[in-house]
Design a protein around this ligand. Structure first.
Ligand code: NAD
Length: 294
């Protein structure tokens, strides 16, 4: 695996481009406009720049890594890539359009890898003529810091392509785990019902936001409680993923509870909107009052 293509230079795409370049790969990364491309490349520069300020990255190393990344707005630039990792917006239609175009541009050996969190990889692979060389590579946010990558196979992925993708993920300095194409893969399959259950426990009056968080932090050794994590991930994002998982499995444990839905409708999306289970206008943040009282 040498040249890497990354489609999308948002939150995840910029991180993926960065770790690939850090591992020594020439990288071409595509955005839909020059403005978004500048913004995405700026995110990588700023991440590495902070490393330089803290003395963790040398200025030469930063130049070397940035020098391996070529930004583009043209999909044709992916022609010589050995693997293309797609990290565009989370809609099947947008992803299908990208894959149909890439299928014409890339050689038959190129592996396609989607970073989707919740959509069916099989459904994306089916619009290409290379379903046997199509996998999921599910990175975690922030990509340069999170060690895990879930490598996902569909019923059509060949054993050879899967192993190539698995080795590629490891070559980025990540720990790779194997999963099959069921919505949520391994991590979200277990994490999402746990987060939703914390909301149900709050609805049922088992404990307060702060006490449930402290309980799971100190009682289970989790780095943060479920409500702090929900506010980080975004209540809207969690609700969106939960709905897709409910659709896939038709099990109550994946259904977003009413309180979560109401909070999303109210614009309480967590940290990014300033208020979720905690109110971030206060320092330190305090649990939002009146979430469950009649
Ligand atoms: N944010 C997370 O924590 C997280 C974690 C794991 C996986 N993911 C997945 O990663 C993918 C990207 O998520 P994100 O959080 O980076 O979103 P984002 O909105 O930050 O970035 C998506 C980018 O894709 C660009 N884009 C859209 N269509 C494009 C196209 N045709 N070609 C090139 N670029 C295009 C958009 O302009 C945008 O900048 C999604 O599939 C998401 O489910 C997200």
């Amino acid at each position: 695996m040498n040249k890497v293509g990354v489609v999308g230079c948002g939150l995840m795409g910029s991180g993926i481009a960065q770790v690939c370049a850090e591992a020594g790969h020439p990288v071409v990364v595509r955005e839909v406009s020059d403005d978004l491309l500048r913004k995405g490349l700026g995110r990588i520069e700023s991440f590495l720049g902070k490393g330089v300020e803290r003395g963790k990255v040398t200025p030469e190393r930063m130049r070397e890594v940035m020098g391996r990344i070529e930004g583009t707005t043209a999909l044709e630039a992916f022609a010589g890539c050995d693997i293309v990792v797609e990290a565009v917006v989370e809609t099947l239609e947008a992803k299908r359009q990208v894959y149909q175009a890439l299928d014409r541009i890339c050689g038959p050996g190129t592996i396609f890898a989607s970073n989707t969190s919740s959509l069916s990889i099989t459904e994306m692979a089916a619009v290409t003529k290379r379903a046997d060389r199509f996998v999921g590579l599910h990175f975690f946010n922030p990509v340069p810091l999170m060690k895990l990558v879930e490598v996902v196979r569909t019923p059509l992925t060949s054993a050879a392509a899967f192993e190539e993708a698995f080795e590629f993920a490891k070559s980025l300095g990540k720990t790779a785990i194997r999963a099959t194409d069921k919505t949520g893969f391994i991590v979200n399959r277990l994490l999402v019902p746990y987060l939703l259950d914390a909301v149900r426990a709050l609805e049922e009056g088992v404990g307060s936001v702060a006490d449930i968080d402290e309980g799971m932090r100190l009682g289970c050794g989790y780095p943060m409680g479920p409500f702090t994590l929900l506010d980080f991930v975004g209540l809207d994002t969690t609700c969106y993923i939960a709905n897709i998982m409910f659709d896939e499995f038709r099990e109550k444990r994946f259904a977003p509870p009413p309180l979560l839905k109401r909070m999303v409708q109210a614009g309480m999306h967590g940290r990014k909107s300033g208020r979720g289970f905690y109110d971030y206008s206060k320092e330190p943040p305090v649990a939002t009052a009146g979430l469950v009282q009649a």
